[in-house]
Design a protein around this ligand. Structure first.
Ligand code: SAM
Ligand code: SF4
Length: 338
């Protein structure tokens, strides 16, 4: 395989999408994501701005046309906007889309810079509109800041999609209102099942709310029509007839535990330390930092990407165990990037 060959795995899936974590740090502590006393990585272990840039260019050279920056919270990294600007210059020159997933707390500050750098769409994670519940869920009283951030992003011209992790007995009851609020503002909302990633202080089985249950509840109150819309990811959509002032809003479901979403997988994930995970739910990994810090970084990086294509598994192996046993994977989502 030449170094400019597209990234195609052993199951003939073309990899065109990179989710790149730029930090494991975060200004929130969502209970399903990390413990209060999360220990963050030493800075020397985290890729520098130059390394992140080089790595992203290496992927673009192999046909990756969409990059999502994530974390931890990407916007808490100080030089993040410089990376966005540098990658923004590749838009139209190999890169079709540059986007990010954020908790929204820093958006009011960065929304205009993101738009100016070429970002057009972002995903914001929002689990509840209830300030007290938010403070309990995220262990920080930051809902007003997040709502201000969402408003600023929209005002700057960014298209905002919301992601909501469905949690049993927590935000469950508020999901219809959250959906109605999002749709009234023209924002799509996607619900996500909690995934067993990393030790947290709560029992996963207590948190796990199958989206089949949420959907059945919503169907009591709304008319949900399956939609053929696809975003290129694992979400499946319905149109909700009654929302968005009767014009209908779009609701997505990501169900890693109740459905298999691996067949059309087009993505790989890279952590802030440059570990490529071939699958969010697998252990297969390639050390891109070692490649980047080697004598011949360009050749080593391309060889490492070839290796990743050889080891990408067919499907993930998540499961939530009623016994409350150890998480299926020891690493947190904040490490792999959502
Ligand atoms: N901090 C940013 C944010 O919250 O959007 C980006 C990183 S965060 C790890 C990305 C996404 O992963 C968020 O939507 C978050 O809700 C989700 N997430 C974190 N831990 C999860 C888990 N155990 N199961 C399912 N989703 C999870
Ligand atoms: Fe931070 Fe995002 Fe994890 Fe919440 S989900 S703790 S905002 S990384």
């Amino acid at each position: 395989m030449t170094s400019a060959a597209p990234l195609i795995d052993q199951f003939n899936r073309r990899i065109s999408y990179l989710r790149l974590s730029v930090t494991d740090r975060c200004d929130l502590r969502c209970t399903y994501c990390m413990p209060e006393a999360q220990v963050f990585l030493p800075r020397k272990d985290v890729l520098s701005l130059e390394e992140l840039h080089k790595l992203a260019l290496g992927f673009i050279a192999r046909g990756v046309s969409k990059i999502r920056l994530t974390g931890g919270e990407p916007l808490v990294r100080r030089d993040m906007i410089e990376l966005v600007r540098a990658l923004g210059r590749k838009l139209g020159d190999g890169l079709d889309e540059l986007t990010l997933t954020t908790n929204g707390t820093q958006l009011a500050r960065f929304a205009e810079d993101l738009f100016a750098a070429g970002v057009r769409r972002i995903n914001v994670s929002l689990d509840t509109l209830d300030r007290d519940q938010f403070a309990r869920l995220a262990r920080r009283d930051s809902l007003p800041q997040v709502l201000e951030g969402i408003a600023a992003a929209r005002a700057a011209g960014l298209k905002v999609k919301l992601n909501t992790v469905a949690l049993k007995g927590t935000n469950e009851a508020g999901i219809p209102d959250l959906m109605g609020w999002a749709h009234a503002k023209g924002m799509e909302l996607t619900l996500i099942e909690v995934m067993p990633l990393g030790e947290v202080e709560e029992d996963r089985f207590d948190q796990y709310l199958p989206l089949s249950t949420v959907r059945a509840d919503l169907e009591q109150r709304f008319t949900l029509t399956p939609s053929s819309h696809r975003s290129g990811g694992p979400a499946r959509y319905v149109d909700v007839a009654e929302t968005a002032n009767g014009k209908g809003g779009r609701l997505g479901f990501i169900t890693p535990l109740t459905n298999n979403f691996c067949d059309g997988c087009n993505r790989v994930r890279v952590t802030a330390t440059g570990q490529l995970y071939a699958c969010l739910g697998g252990r297969e990994q390639v050390d891109l930092r070692a490649a980047l810090r080697s004598e011949e970084p360009d050749a080593a990086l391309q060889a490492a990407l070839d290796e990743a294509m050889r080891i990408k598994p067919l499907r993930h192996h998540f499961a939530i165990d009623r016994s409350g046993a150890a998480p299926a994977l020891a690493r947190h989502m904040s490490m792999t990037g959502g």
